[in-house]
Design a protein around this ligand. Structure first.
Ligand code: P1T
Length: 381
């Protein structure tokens, strides 16, 4: 019988060290490996190409995503950049109109210079997805729930539309984590993560991964991982592995607390809209129930007082910390328009300056609700 997620998170890729019996995978802090004769070695030659601590992480993450092959990178952006090496000048990539600001910046400010075109549509509308696919579209890069509006995209349907055009479907699964969503089982081709977020889980490491079940895609990505070299160090891999082991228990609490905070926010007069896929009136709720096993820990909201109120709340929080990033045990509050999504300023994807985004942590929910109550009190009506 196939082992359950919680068991795989603790054991896959993490068997006791054969050399010493160490229960936790050792940090192989070495840049090179001895060879017995030229090109004869124990599977490792140079640490950009491969390192046992990194291999442990790559195996574990592939297992959790129900994929065959995992690759680890120095950041989420390094993982996405390496996936973009699948493209050639003249190719077109389709992305959601709500996407992490850094991903937009990479495609528009960097890859466009190399002849890669990108366009952005509301992927909750499948007719728009279909209409935006062209003969040159080689990749669809979906993110769901999206960052920062938490839209839910129907991955199985998007994969069907993209595959009919022979485009590769890449899913950024950072917000859901593999505990709540496994895109490869929905027919998509590659999953990427910023492991900086839920997989690491403690806001103490920057990293990324890519997972696929296609041998061909894996071999191309592995070649580029080594050729371009944006690999993580062994200690960073070890930190992500340590985070992975508690992913299941953390995600359950993140989701439970997020639901409490979302329901509280919705009951407040000063709050105009709450975006959380767990709320039954969220437009993506039914798809989320089908394709996810939980709704995650991210909540966004707008205030009746607009941007001035948002800035006041952002400065008033005490348990939440005003900071970029997400997915750690501690609750964070982000003002996307001026922080994580500032690179969208002046673009058609610009974020409402009245929007606040919460990464709801695993503190006691009463303390999180009380903090929101007092911070909302600081907002001008
Ligand atoms: O920061 P890095 O590890 O390079 O990951 C980039 C990235 C990729 N994909 C998604 C969905 C992300 O949210 C991010 C990083 N996001 C933030 C820092 C943020 O606060 O939204």
């Amino acid at each position: 019988m196939k082992r359950h997620f919680e068991t795989r998170a603790i054991h896959d890729g993490q068997a006791p060290d054969p050399a010493t019996g160490a229960v936790v995978p050792p940090i192989y802090q070495t840049s090179t490996f001895a060879q017995s004769a030229p090109a004869e070695h124990k599977g490792y030659e140079y640490a950009r190409t491969g390192n046992p601590t990194r291999a442990a992480l790559e195996t574990a993450v592939a297992s959790l995503e129900e994929g065959t092959y995992g690759l680890a990178f120095a950041s989420g952006m390094a993982a996405i950049t390496t996936v973009a090496y699948l493209l050639r000048p003249g190719d077109h990539v389709l992305l959601p109109d709500d996407v992490y600001g850094g991903t937009y910046r990479l495609f528009v400010r960097v890859l466009q210079r190399y002849g890669i075109e990108s366009s952005y549509v509301d992927m909750t509308d499948l007719t728009r997805v279909e209409g935006a696919l062209t003969a040159r579209t080689r990749m669809v890069l979906a993110e769901t729930p999206t960052n920062p509006y938490l839209k839910i995209l129907d991955l199985a349907r998007i994969a069907e539309l993209a595959h009919a055009r022979d485009a590769v479907v890449v899913v950024d699964n950072t917000f859901a984590s593999p505990y709540f969503q496994r895109p490869l089982l929905l027919g998509t081709d590659v999953v990427v993560h910023s492991t900086t977020k839920y997989l690491g889980g403690h806001s103490d490491v920057v990293g990324g991964v890519a997972v696929t079940s296609s041998k061909e895609l894996y071999e191309t990505l592995k070649f580029h991982q080594n050729a371009a070299g944006a690999v993580p160090g062994p200690f960073d891999c070890w930190l992500v592995l340590r985070g992975l082991r508690t992913l299941a228990v953390r995600m359950d609490v993140h989701a439970r607390n997020a639901m409490r905070v979302a329901e509280f926010l919705r009951s407040q007069h000063g709050v105009s809209r709450v975006f959380y896929p767990g709320l039954p009136d969220h437009p993506g709720h039914e798809i989320a129930r089908r394709q996810m096993t939980g709704f995650g820990g991210m909540v966004s909201f707008t205030l009746t007082g607009g941007a001035a109120a948002a800035r006041a709340v952002a400065s008033a929080v005490q348990v939440f910390t005003l900071a970029e990033s997400l997915g750690g045990v501690e609750s964070l509050l982000d003002h996307p328009a001026s922080m994580t999504h500032a690179s969208l300023a002046g673009s058609p994807l610009q974020v409402d300056p009245g929007l606040l985004r919460l990464s709801v942590g695993i503190e006691h929910p009463d303390d999180l609700v009380e903090d929101m109550r007092q911070a909302l009190g600081a907002a001008p009506a």
